[in-house]
Design a protein around this ligand. Structure first.
Ligand code: PLP
Length: 372
C-alpha cells in the first residue's frame, strides 16, 4: 500500500492512529460512491443491505469469526449497552473491569448497577494490570470480566488468552475491547478464547466514526436476549411486525435501527486495505517502528509510560504534555496525549523517517520530557 494514498503525508508527519486513522484515497472514494449511489439510484436499500452484509463478513474475516457472530453497530457504546441489557445479575452480580478500560465501557457497566450489578475495578501497577490482580478479583459471583486488549492511555497490551482462561475457570465471560489492537496485529477470537469482542473502524481500521461491531461467541447467542434493540435486530426486519419482538438468531440481535450506510461504505474500503496488506505484515512493520522509538528513548534517557508488552502505541512521560503536543504540531507532527503522556501511534503508512523526525523535534524540547 502506497503512502501516497494517504494525502496527509504531503504536509504532515501523522503519528496519531490511536486517535484517528489517516484518510486514504480509497476511503475518500468510498464516501463519494455513497453520494453517487444516493444521487443516481435514489433509495437503493437492497444495495445498502448488501453492503452491510459485506462489512459484516469483513469484520468476521479480521478476527476469524463467522459472520453470524458479528453485530454491526454504530459505536462500541451501542454494542456494550445492548449486550449489558441481555445479562441478568441475579446469580452472578459481579462485573470486573480493569482500570485500563475506555470510559464508555466502564460507564456502561456502572449503569447496570441500577439493575443489580456490582462493579469491581482492578487497579494497574507500573503501567500494567497484573494477572494475579485479575485472578484475585474473579470469583463464582462474577458474570463478566471486561479488559482492553491494548490500553488507549499507555499502549499496554494484555494477555487476552491467559485472561480468558482465568475468567472461564470461574464461569465468567470475557469481553475484550480490541479497538486499539484491531488492524495492527493478527487477532483470532477462537484461539484467544474470548466470548465477546468489540471494536470500531475509526482508528487503525482506517474508516470513520459511526461504524463499530461486536463479536459474540455463537453458542452464547440463544441465552442472550437484549432489551436495548430495534427493527434491524429482528429475524426479519422487513416483516414490520408491531405485535412481537422476534430477535434474529444470529448476533444481529444486538443491532438497532437503520444502519450507518455512509460509514459502511468507508468501513469496507478501510478494511480492504488492512486485508490486502495482512495483519501479520502490518505487525512486523509496527514492531520495527516502535522498537526504533523505544531504543532512541532508551539512548536519550526518556521515560516510557508503556510497559514491555505493548501494541502499536508508545507513550512517553512528560512534564507538560499539552505544550509538547502543540510544539510538535507547529513542526507539522501530529501526536496526542492522555494522562500526561505523549502518545505516539504509527501505522503501516509510517516510515522510519517519520520516527526520526519526531525524535529530532523531541530532542529540541527534551526539557518537557521526564527522564528515566
Ligand atoms: C479502547 C477504546 N474503546 C472504545 C472506544 C470508542 O468507543 P465508542 O465507539 O463507543 O465511541 C475507543 C475510542 O477512543 C477506544 O480507544
Amino acid at each position: 500500500m502506497l503512502r501516497t494514498n494517504f494525502p496527509i503525508f504531503e504536509k504532515k508527519v501523522f503519528l496519531n492512529s490511536c486517535s484517528k486513522g489517516a484518510l486514504s484515497l480509497e476511503v475518500e472514494k468510498a464516501y463519494e460512491q455513497y453520494l453517487y449511489d444516493w444521487k443516481t439510484l435514489g433509495s437503493p436499500w437492497g444495495l445498502w443491505v448488501e453492503k452491510l452484509e459485506k462489512v459484516r463478513r469483513s469484520f468476521a474475516q479480521l478476527i476469524n469469526a463467522e459472520p453470524d457472530e458479528i453485530a454491526v453497530t454504530t459505536s462500541v457504546s451501542a454494542a456494550v449497552s445492548s449486550l449489558a441489557s441481555a445479562l441478568s445479575f441475579e446469580e452472578r452480580p459481579k462485573i470486573v473491569v480493569s482500570d485500563f478500560e475506555f470510559p464508555t465501557v466502564a460507564q456502561n457497566w456502572h449503569a447496570q448497577e441500577a439493575r443489580g450489578a456490582q462493579v469491581c475495578h482492578v487497579a494497574e501497577e507500573g503501567g500494567e494490570i497484573p494477572l494475579e490482580r485479575l485472578e484475585a478479583a474473579l470469583d463464582e459471583k462474577t458474570k463478566l470480566l471486561a479488559i482492553s486488549h491494548v490500553c488507549y492511555r499507555n499502549g499496554a497490551m494484555q494477555d487476552a488468552k491467559a485472561i480468558a482462561k482465568l475468567a472461564h475457570e470461574q464461569g465468567a465471560l470475557l469481553m475484550l475491547d480490541a479497538y486499539q489492537s484491531l488492524g495492527t496485529m493478527p487477532i483470532n477470537v477462537k484461539d484467544l478464547g474470548v466470548d465477546i469482542l468489540v471494536g470500531g473502524t475509526l482508528k487503525y481500521l482506517l474508516g470513520s466514526s459511526g461504524l463499530a461491531f461486536m463479536y459474540v461467541r455463537k453458542d452464547l447467542l440463544p441465552e442472550l436476549n437484549p432489551t436495548v434493540t430495534g427493527w434491524f435486530a429482528q429475524e426479519d426486519s422487513m416483516a414490520l411486525d408491531i405485535y412481537h419482538h422476534l430477535p434474529a438468531e444470529s448476533a444481529r440481535r444486538f443491532e438497532s435501527g437503520t444502519p450507518p450506510n455512509p460509514c459502511v461504505y468507508a468501513g469496507i474500503a478501510g478494511l480492504e486495505l488492512i486485508h490486502e496488506l495482512g495483519t501479520a505484515a502490518i505487525k512486523a512493520q509496527l514492531d520495527a517502528l516502535t522498537d526504533r522509538l523505544k531504543n532512541a528513548a532508551k539512548t536519550q534517557g526518556y521515560k516510557l509510560a508503556t510497559p514491555k508488552a505493548h501494541g502499536a502505541m508508545m507513550a512517553l512521560k512528560a512534564y507538560d504534555v499539552e505544550t509538547l503536543v502543540g510544539l510538535l504540531e507547529t513542526a507539522d507532527i501530529i501526536v496526542s496525549s492522555r494522562d500526561g503522556n505523549l502518545r505516539v501511534s504509527p501505522h503501516f503508512y509510517n516510515s522510519e523517517e517519520d520516527i526520526d523526525k519526531l525524535l529530532t523535534v523531541l530532542k529540541k524540547h527534551e526539557k518537557l520530557l521526564c527522564k528515566a
